[in-house]
Design a protein around this ligand. Sequence first.
Ligand SMILES: *[C@@H]1O[C@H](CO)[C@@H](O)[C@H](O)[C@H]1NC(C)=O
Ligand SMILES: *[C@@H]1O[C@H](CO)[C@@H](O)[C@H](O)[C@H]1NC(C)=O
Ligand SMILES: *[C@@H]1O[C@H](CO)[C@@H](O)[C@H](O)[C@H]1NC(C)=O
Ligand SMILES: *[C@@H]1O[C@H](CO)[C@@H](O)[C@H](O)[C@H]1NC(C)=O
Length: 888
Amino acid sequence: MDRGALSLTLFGFCFIFISGAPTTKDQSIDIYSFHINSTVTSRYAVTVITSRVANRLNESKEVHFQVQIPKHAFISRFRMTMEGKTYDGVVKEKEEAQQQYSQAVSRGESAGIISSVGRTLEEFKTSVTVAAFSKVTFELTYEELLKRQHGKYQLLINAQPMQTMADFKIDVYILENPSISFLEVNGGLNTKELANAVTITRSDKEAWVSFYPTREQQTNCDSCGENGLNGDLIIMYDVTRQVPSGELKASEGYFVHYFAPTDIQRIPKNVVFVIDRSGSMSGRKIQQTREALLKILGDISEDDHFGLVTFDSHIDVWNPELLSASEGNLQKAKDFVRKITHGGSTNINDAVIKGVEMINRHQQEGSASILILLTDGAPNTGESDPIKIQANVKKAIGGKFPLYCLGFGFDVNFEFLQKMALENSGHAVRIYEDSDADLQLQGFYEEVATPLLTNIQLNYIGVGNLTQTTFRHYYNGSEIVVAGQITDNSLDSLQTTVIAISRNGNVSYQDAILTKDFVDVSPQHENIMERLWAHLTVKQLLEKEVTLHGLEKEAARKEVLCLSLKYKFVTPLTSMVVTKPQGESTQVAHKPKEQEQKPVKQKLRLPSGTTRLIRPQQPRKVGRGRGREEDYYEYSGFYFSAPHRNSDLGRGRGRGRHSYISAHDYYFFSNRDRTSVHDPMEVKPTIKVPPPVEGVRVLISHHAQQKPLCYDLPPSSSLELLKDPSSDFIMNGSLSTKGFKLIDFHYKTNHYLRITSDAIEYSDGLSKSSFLWGSANYEKDSVSLIIRANEVDIAMGSIRVVILQHKKDGEVFLWPDVKQQPNNPDTQGILGAARLKYEELQGSVIKIKDKEKKATWSKATDYRRSSAPELGCWLVPFQFIHAKAVAS
Ligand SMILES: *[C@@H]1O[C@H](CO)[C@@H](O)[C@H](O)[C@H]1NC(C)=O
Ligand SMILES: *[C@@H]1O[C@H](CO)[C@@H](O)[C@H](O)[C@H]1NC(C)=O
Ligand SMILES: *[C@@H]1O[C@H](CO)[C@@H](O)[C@H](O)[C@H]1NC(C)=O
Ligand SMILES: *[C@@H]1O[C@H](CO)[C@@H](O)[C@H](O)[C@H]1NC(C)=O
């Protein structure tokens, strides 16, 4: 491999950059750092993506920034920093931005700056011209309220930095009071070799997930290529619910109430499926619908009643009355489903009205009725005026039960379905025409499969500007969220009463929190509660606005606009004007409208400077689209489609050299290889008075499903911290009174690195460099050093360690955090053996392998984080864990 070298001296710091990357890549524009930092506080996630790019050429060059973020999130900040100047994006009313920058708009520059990709993501892209030998920092912030579905919250982080780099990292911090009940990390980035790069630490309330792959590993995931990472990290978790009345939180004049009781018997349901079998459903769609219905019928509870309506221009019913889900009835229904075939045109009006009548004839005390419409087209026979159909359906249902509309594919009038569902206290869901459509249908059904409460009404005293407070149904696995403003300042407690109907009649839940219990927020979470309230208000108003008319509609839009401008959210009514240095054209970022768009066929990106298509492995073809000129592929658990061509995928000539894949929710399929963790904190140990800390207390890397272990280090001059004989790596440390005063590394025979709180010295056997804490990068062969003010990030081979510098009571000391080590039984040292497993026996006894020891529930400071949080841990003697770790 050829190597290019370049060195710069800046600001009096020693600033060295030696690129170890192959020259086949265009190194003139170098993304030298890419960080994603996500902070979740009470389900409200704020994610910041920071990309630092250098133009290493002697002439100015256009530099691109391109990232993907979840669709349901709102961008709240975008900033570029160049040559000491900051350019902040400005959020304006959409029309105003459009007019003001009509030039940019007419040049089409605003069109693509945010676009929809696939089912869940949106892409933000922009560019700026960077002078010769200059740098730019891009920073994008987006915010989202994580929604509970199927019993868990899901934070999705997409990483596609377009290049490999030493300084890539994802840090996620989750804070949930009273506690996190389980946490698991999924997604394409948590597979194979990359799984080693994921570390999870957690206490009751807090969890830290970090992902620090080395440059080499960044090419090593299923969907990663020569141009680096390409995939998602998905963090799923749920929280414990101590009281059925839910979780009330307030801070700085705002409150949020999460209501998701679990200890309730299910309510039997009356469900009618209204299924489109018009001509357009022919082929795969009708087949998938049949498969999904058969599965759903298999899952239906015995005390439920159900009905089936199929329609084209004719309406057929399986049985005129709803029948109980007995074995015999289900068999007959399944036979009916197997015989559903596609036919003529689409009479939505009569079909839905038929379903409504069937339910109305079957109204029963103590049951919950649900109507589900599945269609793939627009009404075109019978009553075909959408407005009249909506009116007919609304009148027929009369607010008595919810209607859910599933729009299959992109030929549906989704806006019509959405409005009809929202008007009847349901919602519309798009079913994407893909190989997993049957799973999408089942997934939707599971969300509404278990009604627990109906007619839920949440009441509060002394508050105003509430979000929605009445809900038709509450389903198991979901959550009701209400936020508002505390208007009565004399209030010393916030009270709530929830009334609802359960299986056994009326129920009521009460709760109150004292104002003194209001959550303390650390400065970086300032006004989170207020932003959460604004976010939820905007989201709900945007939905509600669909069903409103005239002045009411105007008022709703005005409020959305007002809040979006105040909180700088890029919503469908606002746009962000991306400001740039003088002389460059301005861009306007609009939030794309979901329902208008077919999923954009995503071009497989080529690394800059090459024209080859990089494909790690040949995908397996699983089918041929019918008449659509698309082939369906499976590639290690991911499904995608590509335009049909005779030659190989990727080598086609017709449309240029690239291939297209459509971006799906591919993580839907990728739940193999998951690191799964279950409720570690179920039994909370009684807190004993912690013995005074003597010397240095170390937390052990533990399996995230267990409580942490800790021990006190014996006073000793030198400790072997980590030794990996297979990669010739040794890390040793010398203690001071609070932490380490010196940490040194030996790697292969020639590399030596020594870190103290004064300096960082590194020798590669030929030359010696000395750095100050501050800002410097070094990268050569398989070694990289990234030096910041309080952190040194070290990669040697497949090991990645961060050394943090802490200051406490006037003492400055170091602390190592092993971010990644090989899964190798030979590793030694006190930080070796990633993820120690132990058993917790009766009477505070800890068992490791065949040894048992009594432990004390105690506390330790986790110096592996710069915030140095205090965690509860089982304190065990050092010798119990490490018999022979003390080096001479
Ligand atoms: C992530 O963001 C939070 C909040 O701004 C900040 O406190 C924290 O230091 C950041 N973490 C990292 C690893 O940059
Ligand atoms: C940039 O460098 C190239 C070769 O390294 C040289 O030919 C060219 O003249 C330089 N351009 C400028 C503007 O200095
Ligand atoms: C609700 O879901 C949880 C798991 O997500 C399950 O344990 C519980 O039994 C369910 N409740 C009912 C009534 O089905
Ligand atoms: C249940 O509550 C509703 C509304 O609050 C009320 O009209 C009804 O009489 C109550 N039913 C019983 C049995 O208490």
